[in-house]
Design a protein around this ligand. Structure first.
Ligand SMILES: Cc1ncc(COP(=O)(O)O)c(C=O)c1O
Length: 339
């Protein structure tokens, strides 16, 4: 709008509003090939139709939790551990899910099948639900479950084979209670990410008040000490990373192969961590990204280390052929839009 005298359009009919929304989604439609809303009670294929009530407490009070999972070559990777974490988050946030775990899981699998997406990710939210604009969730009519499929087609994948830069963020860290809940309150995380980008880094790292390394804004960190130990910061004041835990389970293979001396999670100070031979970011979207520079100083010899490469291969193999995959039943999915 240009001047104050311009009138704000008033749309009395839903059709006119829909036309506007269709216009907005026209170019990006294929990126979200399927969605789900418990308010609607089904899978939605047109992003224009995926609406969240504005009086949903997740929207105006941040009273919601979420999680993700990767779709890799037609399989959902590690869905169960992400779903477990979602339910832990929901419990801590006093959100009683609208469905049992099995139903939530089935909805996510059917939504992925309906999307026909073979590579990408799913994201899903449990919310205190719509109701009113009060702070208390008492007026909510019932908790809600929302989900989307994000197609990875066209997304950059191999951008960081050469390693990335990290910075220590100045953004205050979340209190351990809140860091352990994957809630929609990601303002500190978004600011930490923005700070990294402003300073030419891929992502930032939180160091706690005691000087110990915590985590990144949407990822965990790991180190290989000069003595050959793989160390991940303990999960007591950070989010319990599904990929980090998987790495802890897989990495002993490198001990057997003689590449690593040991594997464990522990408190590690930033001073100690900066003496390490290798450093990496770990998270479901990555799944592993070597860090070659931290706060302007080279990590180890400033090049991607061989343990990082070996660990990355372990995670990739696990995604491609490991036991934590659920085949998506694409052929069984039905479009109900003709009914
Ligand atoms: C704050 C934070 N830490 C760590 C992670 C890594 O967790 P995951 O491996 O389950 O993606 C994430 C991503 O969900 C995150 O948001």
């Amino acid at each position: 709008m240009q001047g104050q005298d311009r009138m704000v359009p008033v749309y009395a009919s839903g059709t006119q509003v829909l036309e506007k929304i269709h216009e907005k989604w026209k170019s990006t439609k294929q990126r979200y090939p399927a969605m789900y809303s418990s308010v609607v009670g089904g899978i939605i294929l047109d992003p224009s139709m995926m609406v969240i009530p504005i009086d949903d407490h997740m929207v105006h009070r941040g009273h919601g939790v979420f999680d993700t999972a990767t779709i890799s070559d037609g399989y959902l990777y590690e869905l169960d551990s992400h779903l477990d974490r979602l339910l832990v988050s929901a419990c801590k946030a006093k959100i009683d899910p609208p469905f049992r775990r099995e139903t939530l899981r089935e909805i996510l699998i059917q939504m992925t099948a309906a999307s026909r997406c073979k590579n990408g990710s799913i994201k899903y939210w449990l919310s205190a639900g719509p109701g009113d604009f009060q702070l208390s969730p008492k007026g909510c009519t019932g908790s809600a479950f929302y989900a989307i499929v994000a197609d990875a087609a066209g997304a950059a994948t191999s951008r960081n084979k050469d390693g990335v830069k990290a910075i220590t963020t100045t953004v205050p860290m979340k209190h351990p209670f809140f860091a352990g809940i994957k809630s929609v309150n990601y303002l500190p995380n978004a600011l930490a990410m923005a700070e990294a980008e402003e300073r030419g880094a891929f992502a930032s790292v939180w160091v706690d008040e005691g000087g110990y390394v915590a985590e990144g804004p949407t990822m965990n960190v790991a180190f290989v000490t000069a003595g050959g130990a793989l160390v991940l910061p303990a999960f007591d004041n950070i989010l319990s990373g599904c990929t980090a835990k998987r790495l802890l389970a897989l990495a002993p293979k490198l001990v057997e192969a003689g590449l690593l001396k040991s594997v464990h999670d522990a408190r590690i100070s930033a001073d100690e961590a900066k003496q390490c031979a290798e450093m990496m970011f770990i998270g479901s979207g990555l799944p592993l990204l070597p860090v070659i520079e931290w706060d302007g100083q080279p990590v180890g010899d400033g090049r991607v280390g061989r343990i990082s490469v070996a660990l990355s291969d372990l995670l990739r193999d696990d995604m491609n052929s490991g036991p934590e995959r659920i085949p998506v039943p694409y052929s069984g999915s039905m479009k109900n839009d003709h009914h």
